[in-house]
Design a protein around this ligand. Structure first.
Ligand SMILES: NC(=O)c1ccc[n+]([C@@H]2O[C@H](COP(=O)([O-])OP(=O)(O)OC[C@H]3O[C@@H](n4cnc5c(N)ncnc54)[C@H](OP(=O)(O)O)[C@@H]3O)[C@@H](O)[C@H]2O)c1
Length: 322
């Protein structure tokens, strides 16, 4: 099969396009003939900082396509079924092998192109807010990185659930584009003081829940913005750098910090039911995710460069074939 692979961490240029052996079909494998691949924020972070556990390493968490083969223990899928797959790597390829518990059916009336971007973005946002972030109606929720995939999903869920949603992005123009998704207050993280703006918006109280998708130096401003006894969901590091918390800053704020690892929950019946419901809402038009750009798999270097450097609004997709 054709696949993207790399053997060391680095910029998009470490990736190569070439021939690799087809994945093996184990007893619980659902083998997907990939049509659309969603480039996830984690795909970029892994390429930058996670040493490849084996080489050549095929990156990529998520893709949608048609089942081409199943292992003998698989009960929920058969060849020809339309499916979205998740795995810890391997989606940047013509064939993507996922365990059955990481495969999710695609309804007949949903394009595979859009199905490809649903589980990680929407599931992570939902779990960060509700399962682990304990969000309640009336909360002030601060989404750091609101114009990206997880961020736009979080803005939609939080505003629909009755939060006042504060979001950050790299320009006023981008913030204006988030307003129709449910954003109440936008902060340009490049030019504005996040902590001061949050203090003003919450009338000195501080935000109830922070969703940190960016990591990096911005974490200190988010720590100032959150209220005492508030909640801080550690989700990602889109800046490419992973900051630390000190004992004292957690004690001083009596802070609840929760780490999010959605992939650890994606096999569970709870998440399967959640994703089925989210997929239904998406199909019915109640949830949206803009597709900022499309590339072919062969042009993955360019696609990753675009995500890393061009501030796409929403998701960037790759398709298999021309
Ligand atoms: N823990 C989990 O289970 C889990 C699940 C999914 C994703 N993640 C992680 O979450 C992060 C976001 O994922 P994603 O898919 O939403 O990525 P994405 O679509 O690439 O979006 C990243 C966002 O980060 C923002 N950003 C970059 N630098 C920033 C800064 N200095 N301050 C504030 N915001 C900044 C960008 O905003 P601008 O373009 O406006 O600059 C962009 O909107 C990634 O690190 C990913 O690995 C974690």
């Amino acid at each position: 099969m054709k696949a993207i692979h790399y053997s060391r961490n680095g910029s998009p240029e470490v990736m190569e396009y070439g021939d690799l052996p087809d994945p093996e079909v184990g007893s619980d494998t659902v083998l997907i003939a990939v049509e659309w691949i969603s480039i996830e924020g984690g795909d970029l972070l892994n390429r930058l900082v996670t040493p490849p556990p084996h080489t050549p390493f095929i990156p990529g968490y998520q893709a949608a396509g048609t089942v081409s083969a199943v292992g003998k223990a698989v009960t929920r899928f058969k060849p020809g079924d339309r499916v979205i797959g998740f795995n810890w790597n391997g989606s940047h390829a013509e064939l993507f092998a996922v365990p059955e518990h990481y495969a999710y059916p695609v309804p007949d009336d949903l394009d595979l192109r859009l199905a490809a971007l649903i589980p990680v973005a929407f599931g992570t946002a939902h779990d960060s807010l509700f399962e682990y972030g304990d969000m309640k109606p009336g909360d002030f929720v601060l989404v750091q990185g609101a114009a990206g995939g997880v961020g736009l999903a979080a803005v939609q869920f939080a505003s629909r659930a009755g939060a006042t949603v504060i979001g950050t992005a790299s320009s006023r123009e981008r913030l204006e584009r988030i307003v129709p998704f449910g954003l109440h207050h936008g902060i340009d993280y490049r030019t504005e003081d996040i902590a001061a703006r949050c203090k003003e918006i919450t009338q000195g109280k501080g935000v109830d829940l922070v969703l940190d998708l960016a990591g990096g130096q911005g974490k200190d401003a988010l720590m100032s913005a959150v209220k005492p006894h508030g909640r801080y969901a550690v989700i990602g590091a889109a800046t490419g750098t992973l900051p630390s918390f000190t004992f004292f800053e957690l004690i001083r704020k009596a802070l609840h910090v929760v780490g999010i690892s959605f992939g650890r929950d994606m096999h569970t019946p709870r998440v399967h039911a959640l994703l089925a419901d989210i997929t239904r809402q998406f199909t019915e038009g109640h949830l949206q995710m803009p597709v900022a750009a499309e590339f072919t798999l062969a042009n993955a270097v360019e696609a990753h460069r675009h995500v890393a450097g061009e501030h796409p609004f929403g998701r960037v997709l790759m398709r298999v074939g021309a």
